[in-house]
Every structure is written in C-alpha cells, then in structure tokens.
Design a protein around this ligand. Structure first.
Ligand code: AMP
Ligand code: GLY
Length: 419
C-alpha cells in the first residue's frame, strides 16, 4: 500500500518511523516532511493547504491511504476533500475537528453532554467579556476560540492582564478571526495529563497516559511552548483510567454520533486531575507533539493496521498492544525559543546515541550531508527503559552526545511520573 503522510514536525517523523515498519507498506510519501522523514520515505514539496494538489498527487501516485498529522489541515477539511475524491484517510472531518478548532464549540459540546470541564462562558463582544472578567475571581483563563499556534491561552493573574489579553484577542485581532470569540474559564489546580484514544466513530481505544511539559523552564516556569518533553505511561490507577474512558472518551464519541458528526482519528483531551476529580482542559483532534514521539516507541502493534481499522470503522476487531516499558522524550530546542532564536547551526552526534534511543527531527534541514537546525524545537531524544527511572536516565545520557550552538533543553523531564 502506498501511503501519504501530511505534516513536517517531530510528530510526523515519529509517525513515519512507525509506519515505515509496517509489512503492509509499499512506499511512504511525506508532504512536505522534514530531514528526518526523508530517511524513511520520499518527501514531496506540495503546499498542504492546496487540497486539489494533494488529491492530484494521491491519484498520480496510487496512494491508497492518507494520514493527516497537523491540526490546521484537519480544521481546513483535508479529510473531507479526500473523501470527496474517494481517497481513504486517517483523521476527523472538518466538522468533527471543531472539537479542537473551536473552543466555544468544545465547551458547548461538553455542557450538552455532561462532560466534566472547567466552568466557562463564551463572549463575542469585548465590553461583555471585560465586564465578566472584572466581576470574577482571578486568576482567569482566557482562550481564543480558534487555532492560534498554541498561543491562544492566557492565564490572567490581574485584571490589567485580563484586559490587555481581551483587547489583544478581540479588538487588535492578534490571532485574526481566531480571537473574535473568547472563552473565559475558571482556573483549575491539579496535575495535567495527556490522554489519547484511537477512534473509529463508534469505538475508542485508549493509549497509555502521557505527560507533556509545556513550559520552557524547569519546574513548569516561564512561557508556554509546543512541549519540551513527554513521558509515558504516567502512573495512574485503573479506576482513574476507567473514569476517563467512561466520563470523557465514550461520551464524546456517543455525543458526536448523536450530533451527526462521528469522530474518527485520534481524540486527545488535555485533562487536569483536580481534587474534585478529572476535568477536560481542551480537546485536540490529532496526535500530540511531542507525545507521539514517546507513543510510537511504546506501540507494539502495526500502526498502519490500527489506522486503517479506525478509518474503516473496524476498531473493535483491532488488537492494539503496547510494550510494557517506559519512555522519556527530551526536546532539544534552539536557545531563545519560544521567542526569537537563530537557525542554521550544525548538529553533531546524531549517530552517537545508544540502541534504546531514537532521535526524532522537528526543526532540521539538510545541507548536503550535514544536518542543520531550522526551527525552535529541533530534536526529540526518545529513550525506553524497564522503569521510569531507567527511561529518564537513558534519555539524558543520549542527550549528552548531541550538540549544536545555543542548544537548550529542560533538565527535569521525567522527574514526576505521578498524578
Ligand atoms: P490549552 O491549549 O487549552 O491546553 O491550554 C494550554 C495550557 O494552559 C494547558 O496545557 C494548561 O496548562 C493551561 N490551562 C488551560 N486551561 C486551564 C485552566 N482552566 N486552568 C488551569 N490551567 C489551564
Ligand atoms: N503536546 C501538546 C499538543 O500537541 O497540543
């Protein structure tokens, strides 16, 4: 089977790495891909916003299955465009992807279906939003309705900060139309976990639980990033896992069927485990990044088989097996990220990491045979271990072998595996 994978991040390198191991794969194409995916298949330079061009490429190259990685491609309806052309794909439809692409939709959906989440209200008028913020206790969490490159959530500690944020989102349009509606939400305290489930519209299968480390600094300090490292499985009780399945995942699938927009693909709720129980922080309608860089190391089953079962509504027949090990992925970033940083530095030591380690590439570029830095999050160093301590130790031992100018990474990924 010829497969086309859409995307160019560390997530896509990890997906490509796993898809390439499938005996069912004839040839893997990645659009546009990165230096890492280029070692596993053929990178093709198509503008992924151009659905016509993707459909044409798929037809010209006998592609039987398309895997859509990025949130914006899903929100733009790439799965729908492929379906119209009778090409099977992995991922939710544009309407189902609203769980991620509209926070207002997601919050209303959770209210309609009794799914536990933080109390919130949605506003379309700046003055109304400001009046609400002034009469509610701080901190308040302010979220742009639409996709905003991971920058659309602000935890406002003061009314001045709340006003500044609302003005920036709703009046100055810092994120274009994405911020015209905002959700204002109560601040939740607790421990955050990443939950993923394969979904075929009716049936869901949960992955082991993961933890992302979203802030740039140790101890979860500083600015939010796309994710500075992930660990899995987080140690959580069977009772809590069952609670997540029965109060979040299953009601979402059932609710989406009731609303006529069944969810297929990966459902990824960010969840806060609070003293009062679990609460959904947000839904993503795709694989997490860097979570996927950890997950693909643990997945023992054939990813292509599982994805096809999701797309064909046959997940109940799928036997999904996870390795009984631990994994720790440390992101190596360009100094300055998530703000201004420089690129173009030579990366050395990529071949010097041990056998239990895989280095996934995100922001890299090839210049001849030399790999250069080309983004904020450059590499993900992902190591397995028989225990959580061993996985962490192996990951940091491997990190020591890799270097580039102004390399930055957090030293505390994997210090806390609990909830
Ligand atoms: P989101 O993009 O909605 O996941 O938000 C980004 C990050 O903001 C989350 O990973 C949380 O760390 C934090 N966050 C979002 N909503 C809340 C909330 N209601 N209370 C506390 N922290 C939150
Ligand atoms: N790691 C969080 C995300 O992919 O949204």
């Amino acid at each position: 089977m010829n497969v086309l994978l859409i995307g160019s991040g560390g997530r896509e390198h990890a997906l490509a790495w796993k898809l390439a191991q499938s005996p069912r794969l004839t040839k893997l194409f990645i659009a546009p891909g990165n230096a890492g995916t280029g070692t596993l298949g053929e990178n093709v330079s198509i503008d992924i916003k151009n659905h016509k061009a993707i459909v044409q490429f798929a037809k010209d190259n006998a592609i039987e299955f398309v895997v859509v990685g990025p949130d914006d491609s899903l929100a733009e309806g790439l799965v729908d465009s492929l379906k119209e052309a009778h090409i099977l794909s992995f991922g939710p439809s544009k309407k189902a992807a609203q769980l991620e692409s509209s926070k207002a939709f997601a919050k209303d959906f959770m209210k309609r279906h009794g799914i536990p989440t933080a109390y919130s209200e949605t506003f379309n008028v700046f003055e109304d939003a400001l009046a609400y913020a002034k009469t509610h206790s701080l901190p308040l969490v302010i979220k742009a309705d639409g996709l905003a490159l991971g920058k659309g959530v602000v935890i406002a500690e003061s009314i001045t900060e709340a006003e500044k944020t609302l003005k920036s989102f709703m009046v100055d349009k810092a994120f274009g139309d994405s911020g015209l509606s905002v959700v204002i939400e109560e601040f939740l305290e607790g421990k955050e976990i990443s939950v993923h489930a394969f979904c075929d519209g009716a049936v869901a299968r949960m992955f082991p639980i993961a933890r992302d480390h979203k802030r740039i600094g140790e101890g979860n300090s500083g600015l939010n990033t796309g994710g500075m490292g992930t660990i899995a499985p987080v140690e959580i009780s069977e009772a809590l896992k069952t609670e997540i399945l029965t109060t979040v995942i299953e009601p979402v699938l059932k609710g989406m069927v009731e609303e006529g927009i069944p969810f297929k693909g990966v459902l990824f709720p960010g969840i806060m485990v609070t003293k009062e129980g679990i609460k959904v922080l947000e839904f993503n309608a795709r694989f997490g990044d860097p979570e996927t860089q950890s997950y693909m190391r643990l997945l023992a089953s054939d990813l292509l088989d599982v994805m096809l079962d999701c797309a064909e509504g046959k997940l109940s027949e799928s036997n999904i097996v996870w390795r009984p090990e631990y994994v720790c992925t440390v992101i190596l970033a360009s100094g300055g990220y998530p703000e201004k940083y420089n690129s173009g530095y030579v990366i050395s030591g990529l071949d010097a990491v041990g056998p239990e380690t895989v280095v996934f590439e995100a922001g890299t570029a090839l210049s001849g045979d030399v790999t250069l830095t080309a983004g904020g999050r450059v590499l993900g160093v992902s190591a397995l271990g028989k225990s959580s301590e061993e996985a962490t130790k192996n990951a940091y031992a491997a990190v020591k072998n890799v270097s580039f100018d102004a390399m930055y990474y957090r030293k505390d990924i994997g210090l806390d595996w609990g909830v």
